[in-house]
Design a protein around this ligand. Structure first.
Ligand code: SAM
Ligand code: SF4
Length: 329
C-alpha cells in the first residue's frame, strides 16, 4: 500500500469536497425535487468527525477542501469549523460553495476564520425568474451576499451558473458581465443527471459548454484558452485584456475524468469515489467503530475501486437516485 492517496489509474487524490448538510433553503429545479426527505440531524457527520477525516488525509497528500451541500451556511457555527480546518498544517486551499442567501451576514466571519476561496451560485439576474428557478430564493438576498463577498480579498472567487435552455440561456453574457463588474470569475456548469426531478427533461434543456462558449465569443470575440486550472474540473478561458476567467464545467461535452483529483464526502459520511457512480466507503462507520487512525488505510484501500470515469447518459436520465444536494456539488 502506498503512503499517498493514489487510485488504481495512477491519479493522485488531493481534493476533498464535503457536503455539510443535505438541507437547503432553496429547491433549485435541477438539483432537488419539490418534496425532499432530508437526513435526521444525528445522521450528519459532526464537525469533530469532519476535522478528523481531513486531518487524517493531509499527511497522505490532501491539499484542498471544499465545503458544500446542500447549503453549507445552514450548518450552525460554520466559522468555527472553517477556523479549525484552516489551522490544519498542510491544507493549502479551503473553499466554500454557497447559494449566497445568507452570505451578507457570514462573508466577513468566514473570511476572518480562514476561508480563502468562494464560489457563489447565481443562475439569473431577474428576480422573478430567479425565484422560479430556485422555487423559493430571493435574488436581493443573494445580491447582498455577493456584494459583501466582493468587498473581501479572497484568493479566488467565482460565480457559478447552470444554464437551461429556454429558462436562462439568454443571460449567459449578462451573468459573466455582472460577475466581472463584481470582481468574480464566472463558470458555467452542464447539468448532470443526479436524482429524479419533475420540472424538466434534462436531455431537452441541456445547453452544452460548446454552445455557451460560442455565445460568449459572439458577444466579445475570440476567447483564449488558459493553461491555468483551479484544481477542479473547470477548463478556463479569458477575454483579451480582461481580468476575469471564464470556466466551463462540461461532464458531457468534454469529459474531465482522466485527470480527476477528487472524492466527495456526503453529509452522512459516505466517501463517494466518483460523482457519477454509487460506490462509496462508509467513513462514518470507520470513524465511529475504529477511530481516526483507521481513516487513512480505509480510504487508501477504497481508492483502488475508484472507477475510470462517470457514465452519465442524458438519454437515460435517472441513473442515480442521489440528488446533487446529497452528493456535495
Ligand atoms: N447550495 C450551494 C449552491 O447552490 O451553491 C452548494 C451546493 S450546490 C449542490 C453546488 C452546485 O451544484 C451549484 O452551483 C449547483 O448549480 C450545482 N448543481 C446542482 N444540481 C446539479 C446538477 N443536477 N447538475 C450539475 N450541477 C448541479
Ligand atoms: Fe440548494 Fe444549491 Fe441545490 Fe440550489 S443547487 S437546491 S441552492 S443545494
Amino acid at each position: 500500500m502506498t503512503a499517498g492517496l493514489q487510485d488504481a489509474y495512477g491519479r493522485a487524490i488531493t481534493y476533498l469536497r464535503i457536503s455539510l448538510t443535505d438541507r437547503c433553503d432553496f429547491r433549485c429545479v435541477y438539483c432537488m425535487s419539490e418534496s425532499m426527505q432530508f437526513l435526521p440531524r444525528h445522521d450528519l457527520l459532526s464537525f469533530e468527525e469532519i476535522v478528523a477525516v481531513v486531518r487524517a488525509l493531509i499527511p497522505a497528500g490532501l491539499r484542498k477542501v471544499r465545503l458544500t451541500g446542500g447549503e453549507p451556511l445552514l450548518r450552525r457555527d460554520l466559522p468555527e469549523l472553517v477556523q479549525t480546518l484552516a489551522a490544519l498544517p498542510g491544507l493549502q486551499e479551503l473553499a466554500l460553495t454557497t447559494n449566497g442567501s445568507q452570505l451578507a451576514r457570514w462573508a466577513t466571519p468566514l473570511h476572518r476564520a480562514g476561508l480563502n476561496s468562494l464560489n457563489i451560485s447565481l443562475d439569473s439576474l431577474q428576480a422573478e425568474r430567479f425565484h422560479r428557478l430556485t422555487r423559493s430564493g430571493q435574488l436581493a438576498d443573494v445580491l447582498a451576499g455577493i456584494a459583501a463577498a466582493a468587498a473581501l480579498p479572497w484568493a479566488r472567487r467565482r460565480l457559478n451558473a447552470l444554464i437551461l435552455r429556454g429558462r436562462n440561456d439568454d443571460e449567459i453574457v449578462a451573468l459573466a458581465e455582472f460577475a466581472e463588474a463584481q470582481g468574480f470569475d464566472m463558470a458555467y456548469i452542464e447539468e448532470m443527471p443526479l436524482g429524479q426531478i419533475e420540472e424538466h427533461d434534462r436531455a431537452l434543456q441541456q445547453v452544452p459548454s460548446t454552445e455557451i462558449l460560442a455565445t460568449l465569443e459572439q458577444a466579445w470575440g475570440k476567447l483564449t484558452p488558459l493553461a491555468w486550472g483551479s484544481g477542479g474540473p473547470a477548463r478556463y478561458f479569458q477575454r483579451p485584456g480582461a481580468r476575469q476567467r471564464i470556466g466551463l464545467i462540461s461532464p458531457h461535452s468534454h469529459n474531465f475524468c482522466d485527470d480527476c483529483n477528487r472524492v466527495r464526502l456526503t453529509a452522512e459520511g459516505r466517501l463517494l469515489l466518483c460523482l457519477g457512480q454509487e460506490d462509496a466507503l462508509d467513513l462514518r462507520a470507520v470513524l465511529r467503530q475504529q477511530g481516526e487512525a483507521a481513516v487513512l488505510p480505509a480510504v487508501q484501500q477504497a481508492l483502488q475501486r475508484k472507477p475510470a470515469g462517470h457514465t452519465f447518459n442524458l438519454e437515460q436520465p435517472v441513473q442515480l437516485r442521489r440528488h446533487m444536494n446529497m452528493t456535495g456539488g
